[in-house]
Design a protein around this ligand. Sequence first.
Ligand code: EPZ
Length: 422
Amino acid sequence: MDAIRVRGNGPLSGRIPVGGAKNAALPILCATLLSDGASLLRNVPGLRDIETTSALLRFLGRDVAVAAPEVRVSAASGPIRPEAPYELVRQMRASVLVLGPLVARHGRAKVSLPGGCAIGARPIDQHIRGLEALGATIRVEHGYVVAEAPRLKGAEIVFDLPTVTGTENLMMAAALAKGRTTLVNCAREPEVEELGRVLNKMGAKVEGAGTDIIVIHGADALDPFDHAIISDRIEAGTFMAAVGAAGGDVLLEHAPIDDLEPVIVKMRQAGVEVERDGEHMRVRRVKPLRAVDVTTAPHPGFPTDMQAQFMAMMCVAEGQSVLTETIFENRFMHVPELCRMGADIDTRGHTAFVTGVKGLSGASVMATDLRASASLVIAGLVAEGDTIVRRVYHLDRGYEHIEKKLAGVGADIARVPLEGMP
Ligand code: EPZ
């Protein structure tokens, strides 16, 4: 079991490569189930969630070769076992993304209910109601969703609220349904748009992915694909927050600047300079940080996946910032840990009042979820003394070599064995 030790070491400078988007790679890996052919995914980050999804595809009956940044899913060689067990699904909720492809391609799917996670209950009622609208019969029994349909039929579906994986699940199911499907009130995240590109490469006809209305004309069969995944806007945003907090001048290579508009606006308001540099993004902070209010919202609002990292930055800004989390019910678990480092944060319900302090002090802290872990690392970059972040397996789910990338721009950070840590 490892930990990450980070020590405040002044401003950052240099270049950081931004990897492929985890939350695009996961649905696209599941989309390989819609075709029997061999598919190739490029620019895939080397993450635990990618390994977990690959293990799930193997369990279902596909051969998967992971050699980051490439993942090859082989042609189907035998029958698919359309069952995703609790043991795998509980490790990663996004496993629910095999539900749509399996019932669309094989007429049956038995997928463990993901259960809640640290940040919230994470129901999948919208996924289930959408599949029923496409003609699937759904039973929920013994903690599993069992979906069956000889052939899905196109339908008109309105989501009660924008759901990223709900939209993605139904796009994939509709891609093999008979006739036309209209999805209304869709999630508009860039990763949803990317899935639409891949489904079109496979021979589906998807219009409007990335907007709130998506029309899918189902195909009778879909082809395999070769696709390079878009860059990860949340990884890039996390490094923006690191520069904002520690100061400095860093070039984020291949950062998806066009997908980061809401984050860039708030960063600039806080005193962080952001500018395009070819296909890269330059991030500088030399002036004192200013407190800025943020309310998370579905894209193109400020991403909930950036809330914890932005909060870490606001801990050392001048003034008070008000951060409101509207997407998940329990996404402030980084707050008590940041307070142990000397941050001044008062939470009332889904709102955190962050009063900037002159400096933070290093402490031994506990990661609780993926983005909370990143916020603790960012806080450690500006804390006096050592910060030991435990349970770094949370970080490894969504960040590839974060300690190496930060050390490469001057941070005093390393992965250390936990044994013997204070
Ligand atoms: C995706 O999760 C992302 N994961 C999350 O990133 C991200 O935080 C989230 O979207 C919001 O942007 C992947 O893409 C793999 P939702 P998802 O369905 O799809 C409610 C990370 O850090 N809801 O958009 O599970 C739900 O409770 C992860 O990389 C229902 O009520 O999120 C939440 O309040 C964390 N019923 C809201 O919708 C449903 O059927 C948005 O959730 C589905 C969702």
